[in-house]
Design a protein around this ligand. Structure first.
Ligand SMILES: NC(=O)c1ccc[n+]([C@@H]2O[C@H](COP(=O)([O-])OP(=O)(O)OC[C@H]3O[C@@H](n4cnc5c(N)ncnc54)[C@H](OP(=O)(O)O)[C@@H]3O)[C@@H](O)[C@H]2O)c1
Length: 255
């Protein structure tokens, strides 16, 4: 079977790709950096004896999802993992970065799902894993657009999951908390919060997400602390949850 994983050149996406390859699935890997992607493809082919096709593509380009679909055709598993955040007060954020973030986190994920889904429905089988975040459960002052983009991913994925109930196609949303990846560098948040022992390793997050997707679960929140935090955020009044997120990101200034 074939899995397409976006954002597969590092972090959580790379670990998900390793899990697919370990189970003998062929892969299509997508990220911007072609060299790194080719290295990952070679590693997986050598280690696991599967076919891996690296496709360098910038998902902030609105035509990227269609061109990917044209190149790949049908897949058995679709993992929409590519995404990034940026810390800053909304009024000062670079509009170009915000638009890129919405394109990658929201629009590309939606369009890729729309394009690869019909063949899955026709076959009566397929699994989709959309990567959101624990940020999906509350508003996020100082990372307002990132949190809102992840709330979209969760809401969208839960909605189409319900539409697809009888179809044989499952949609799982993975909601990681802080995870030790290159995410912090691009988000321009302090490394401090990402060095505590509560921060998860990308392979731990991927393992829970992969198992949840294969089991057809609706939402996977890796790690007990993250599950407790998400439950608290869902129960708390929205203004209180926003206040807590604001304090976290105020202390998040990179040193
Ligand atoms: N790390 C965390 O604390 C955390 C927490 C919750 C949720 N998440 C979510 O987990 C997902 C994976 O993040 P990560 O932590 O593994 O980050 P990461 O290590 O920075 O990996 C991001 C991946 O996405 C690719 N990517 C970024 N922009 C892209 C674009 N425009 N087009 C195509 N590919 C692009 C990157 O490769 P290139 O740079 O070569 O394009 C890389 O392969 C994201 O959706 C993120 O929001 C992360």
């Amino acid at each position: 079977m074939i899995a397409l994983v976006t954002g597969a050149s590092g972090g959580i996406g790379l670990e998900l790709a390793r899990l697919f390859a370990g189970d003998g699935h062929d892969l299509v890997l997508v990220a911007r950096g072609g060299e790194r992607l080719a290295m990952v493809a070679r590693e997986l082919e050598d280690r696991f004896r599967v076919e891996v096709r690296p496709i360098p593509r910038d998902l902030s380009n609105p035509i990227a999802p269609l061109s990917l679909f044209d190149e790949c055709g049908e897949v058995d598993f679709l993992v929409n993992n590519a995404g990034f955040g940026h810390r800053g007060s909304f009024a000062d954020e670079d509009p170009a970065i915000l638009s890129e973030m919405l394109q990658v986190n929201v629009a590309a994920l939606t369009q890729l799902t729309r394009m690869f889904l019909p063949a899955m429905v026709d076959r009566g089988s397929g699994r989709i894993l959309n990567v959101a975040s624990t940020a999906a459960f509350q508003p996020g002052p100082l990372m307002a657009v990132y949190y809102a983009s992840k709330a979209y991913v969760l809401s969208f994925s839960e909605a189409i999951r319900a539409e697809l109930e009888e179809s044989g196609v499952s949609v799982t949303t993975l909601c990681p908390g802080p995870t030790r990846t290159a995410f912090v560098d691009r988000a321009e948040v302090s490394r401090n919060r990402f060095t505590s022992s509560r921060v998860m390793e990308p392979f731990e997050v991927a393992r829970e997400g992969y198992a949840g997707m294969m089991a057809g679960r609706a939402v996977v929140i890796p790690g007990k602390v993250n599950r407790l935090g998400a439950a608290g955020a869902r129960l708390a009044p929205r203004s209180l949850a926003a206040g807590i997120a604001r304090r976290i990101h105020e202390a998040d200034e990179p040193s």
